[in-house]
Design a protein around this ligand. Structure first.
Ligand code: NOJ
Length: 536
């Protein structure tokens, strides 16, 4: 098969790195690119094909770096462009591709373009790059419309000069006016800047929100949902993505890193909303969040898999269990359940994204003190929503010691990590889990090893039943409720018990892997909240 017919990203396992919480090489309590570089061997051993780096650009960090002050540089706290290049080169040496985050919906209020717009005043051409408007009401004291911010409160803030500006997120994140050609040109430059440096792809932040209805009309109900609206899922987004696809496709496919991809962060209300993003010639991929939104229920999960299968496959819409914006799977589903979910995710056709720490079974940290919380959601909702800090706590690398090995320093104790780690965090550490064949980490490593070599996994063998076929017949009679059982060719079956009682293992030749390490070749049943990979 020609290289171009089977781009690497179709069945890639991509590991999401949240750099400030991954590893800290310079010992300032904030993870950095040098820390990531130091730990590339860990990722190579885990067996991932690529990493997606969330923003590491200069930023006042009002929203974890998604408030970008310079799209073409590295935040000095995280390193430098030279450090980025060194990390990229080392990743390449290990066969690991790098995907960077592009944040086109908004920038930071500290971005020079927004600063210039503030200075230039109402009615200036500088303000046309953003969405500035006069207010409503006799003295303009009412916001221009009733749109809500995703982080709570209204999506508009007023300046002392009387103008209002739109921010779908924090007030420190002004939305760009994408109908302005300079904004289009800016992002073309940004995209080429990173592709020219050798990255394999782009993750597109808020890909469903970029264009706004220029009339900025009121919405019927000012609550955030992911249905099409004057600010979400505008048809103009698709033409933009086609132009970006042309840029991606202009880079050589042969050699490393291969065909360039872009994956859109598109939150949707139903599959039909996702359809336009999957049209040929647009973004190569969009995230599939169905396993994030589904409850731990066999019927719901099967429906989610079928719904995605009907419009795409996991290649165009990679499977995701968690990311830096949602409660960790262990806390959403339960410890045993999340391990079973990982085996499900990695057995589904197509590509899968793993968020750092998922492979360690990290739970959401729920008891971060209010004064340590950083997510603007917490502040903007007066604490009613805890926000996303609980899934962003710095990783534990060592079983003990200061910051559990997160900050590497000399003899001096490093400062506390930027978000506090809970007591006992070391029991989840890479060190604590590496030697234990039954650990969470060992299950992930083994799953990725098998996935790489088994012909039925990943995208599978084209034309050989590479999708999945549900098996509804139980060993004795009709399928019990609470079962997920499917087959992929050649000779692979996935079986998960989501019900309350143990179930017999279906006939098989070998148990390749089980989410419960107690299950061995001689086991006859699968306990609740457990998944097995079978050779049949
Ligand atoms: C989605 C990102 O994943 C999230 O972390 C961020 O807060 C918003 N977009 C705004 O950029």
């Amino acid at each position: 098969m020609a290289v171009s017919e089977s781009p690497w990203w179709r069945d890639a396992v991509v590991y999401q790195v949240y750099p400030r919480s991954f590893a800290d090489a310079d010992g300032d309590g904030i993870g950095d690119l040098a820390g990531l570089r130091d730990r590339l061997d860990y990722l190579a051993e885990l067996g991932v094909d690529a990493i997606w780096l969330t923003p590491f650009y200069p930023s006042p960090l009002h929203d974890g770096g998604y408030d970008v002050a310079d799209y073409c540089d590295v935040d000095p706290r995280l390193g430098s462009l030279a450090g980025f290049d060194a990390m990229l080169a080392d990743a390449r040496e290990r066969g690991i591709k790098v995907i960077v985050d592009i944040v086109p919906n908004h920038c930071s209020c500290e971005h020079p373009l927004f600063q210039a717009a503030l200075k230039a005043g109402p009615g200036s051409p500088e303000r046309d790059l953003f969405l500035f408007r006069p207010g409503r009401g006799p003295d303009g004291a009412q916001p221009p419309n009733n749109w809500p911010s995703t982080f709570g409160g209204p999506a508009w803030d007023r300046l002392p000069d009387g103008d209002w500006y739109l921010h779908l997120f924090d007030s420190s994140q002004p939305d760009f006016n994408w109908h302005h050609p300079d904004v289009v040109a800016l992002f073309e430059r940004v995209i080429r800047f990173w592709l020219d440096r050798g990255v394999a792809g782009l993750r597109i932040d808020v890909a469903h929100g970029i264009f706004k209805d220029p009339a900025l009309p009121d919405v019927p109900a000012p609550v955030i949902n992911h249905a099409p609206s004057p600010y979400y899922h505008r048809p103009e987004n698709q033409a933009l993505f086609r132009s970006w696809r042309a840029i991606l496709d202009s880079y050589p496919v042969a050699g490393f890193p291969g065909a360039r991809t872009a994956i859109g962060e598109v939150w949707y209300d139903k599959e039909a909303t996702l359809l336009p993003y999957l049209a040929p010639g647009g973004l190569p991929q969009v995230f599939n969040f169905d396993l994030i939104t589904a409850p731990w229920d066999a019927t719901a999960i099967r429906a989610a898999i079928d719904a995605t299968d009907a419009i795409s496959n996991g290649s165009q819409a990679p499977w995701v269990l968690g990311n830096h914006d949602v409660v960790r799977p262990v806390t959403r589903f339960g410890v045993r359940q999340a391990r079973a979910a990982a085996l499900l995710q990695l057995a589904l056709p197509g590509s899968a994204y793993i968020y750092q720490g998922e492979e360690l079974g990290l739970p959401e940290v729920l008891d971060i003190p209010a004064q340590a919380r950083q997510d603007p959601t917490f502040r903007r909702t007066g604490g009613a929503r805890l926000g996303r800090d609980g899934c962003r706590v710095p990783l534990p690398w060592s079983a003990g010691g200061p910051s559990y090995g997160f900050s590497r320093t000399g003899p001096a104790s490093p400062p506390a990590p930027w978000l506090p780690q809970p007591t006992g965090w070391g029991s989840y550490s890479v060190e604590a889990q590496s030697a234990d064949p039954g650990s969470y980490l060992s299950v992930y490593r083994e799953a990725l090893r098998i996935r790489r070599s088994h012909p039925a996994l990943g995208t599978g063998v084209p034309g050989d039943g590479s999708g999945l076929r549900w098996i509804d017949d139980a060993v004795d009679g009709p399928a019990p409720a609470g079962v997920l059982h499917f087959r992929r060719e050649p000779g692979f079956e996935f079986f998960a018990n989501l019900g309350p009682v143990p179930l017999p293992i279906p006939p098989h030749q070998e148990v390749l892997l089980a989410s419960d390490p107690a299950i061995q070749g001689h086991s006859v049943s699968v306990p609740p909240a457990t998944a097995v990979w079978l050779s049949v």
